[in-house]
Design a protein around this ligand. Structure first.
Ligand SMILES: [Fe+2]
Length: 339
């Protein structure tokens, strides 16, 4: 049993779009985003910069001294890796606050995406995790888990998630599956009573995940019958994908030869956040805890220790290996310092 107290901001359920966008043509990626609820933005960082981040992620895995070797496939097992969710998502070990994670969030071209989207420079970021997935893992079971990260009680566009992609990502590689167009049907779908699907990897009910809904195969069909399309997002190193948090999505199991390297990044206007949510963020930063994808509400500390064979992982840690430089700009994005 974990003895960690859960730091969490109080529930706040808005029932409308948090920003109203005037109908217009932007002449850039925003047109596709507003039409489909998702879009890939090419070349946000250079291939060289993406390689830098992929290398940093490999170095991070090796710092745990569990025998992981990126060139020896026999070490691509849970025994040689820190504890991950779904075979590659890292939220524990202060991973969301590693210098490389903050460097990615603070790439000017990454921030610019969210500035353009929300039409403000006063943004706050989530303390999201990363995904480093080895392909062809045989020591883990995996099944699709279509879900959305927005509570059915929240209506309208309230958060937009994203990820910065570091490695080549083709049809056989692990990567993001998106139900294109599903964000727009969110209200219609949830106008009926819906039960969240009991997936094998669903969090236990006591975790009370505020913004997670798991879809069944029947639900997937419901969206497809209404013109939505389940797509595998293929990306080049340095590309960024954005999706409205009402969009059904999941990560595809990597089957090719390529290790998947991703940093999840999400930013929303600071004005969406309550003082309580900002106070929670401050505490999370001070304790090096990650959060959910949500920057401005549902700020729930990822404070559960990583569990290995029923015990807290002996490699658990309470600070990043490489801390970020705490600048005023970082504190603004963290929601700690006002604009
Ligand atoms: Fe998700």
């Amino acid at each position: 049993m974990s003895t960690t107290t859960i730091i969490q901001s109080p529930p706040q359920f808005e029932t409308k779009d948090l920003k109203v966008f005037a109908p217009q043509t932007y002449g850039d990626w925003r047109d596709e985003f507003h039409k489909n609820g998702c879009v890939v933005i090419k070349n946000v960082v250079s291939p060289e910069r993406a390689q830098y981040y992929a290398d940093k992620q490999i170095q991070w895995l090796k710092k745990f001294d569990l025998g992981f070797d990126e060139n020896d496939e026999s070490t691509w097992t849970a025994d040689h890796l820190p504890v991950a969710f779904k075979g590659g998502m890292y939220f524990a070990y202060s991973a969301p606050h590693e210098k490389m994670a903050w460097e990615a969030r603070m790439e000017p071209t990454v921030i610019e995406i969210f500035e353009k989207l929300w039409e403000t420079k006063e943004l706050i970021t989530s303390f999201d995790g990363m995904n480093i997935s080895m392909p062809r893992r045989t020591d883990i079971t995996w099944s699709p888990w279509p879900h959305c990260d927005q509570n059915p009680k929240r209506k309208g566009m309230q958060a937009v998630q994203g990820l910065l992609n570091y490695a080549p990502n083709g049809p056989n590689d692990g990567g993001l599956m998106l139900m294109r167009g599903s964000a727009k049907l969110f209200n219609e779908f949830f106008a009926h009573k819906r039960e969240s699907f009991d997936h094998e990897d669903a969090p236990p009910p006591e975790m009370k995940y505020m913004d997670l809904f798991l879809f069944s195969k029947k639900d997937v069909k419901w969206f497809e019958e209404r013109g939505c399309e389940l797509i595998k997002v293929n990306m080049d190193p340095g590309d960024f994908v954005l999706w409205d948090s009402r969009t059904m999505h999941y990560a595809k199991f990597p089957e090719g030869n390529q290790i998947r390297h991703v940093q999840y990044i999400c930013m929303t206007p600071r004005e969406f956040a309550t003082e309580e949510a900002l106070a929670t963020k401050k505490e999370c930063l001070e304790k090096w805890y990650g959060t959910t994808h949500w920057p401005h509400c549902n700020v729930r500390a990822a404070s559960d220790p990583p569990m290995r064979d029923g015990k807290v992982c002996s490699k658990d840690r309470s600070e990043p290996f490489e801390k970020p430089e705490i600048t005023d700009r970082l504190l603004q994005l963290a929601g700690v310092k006002a604009y």
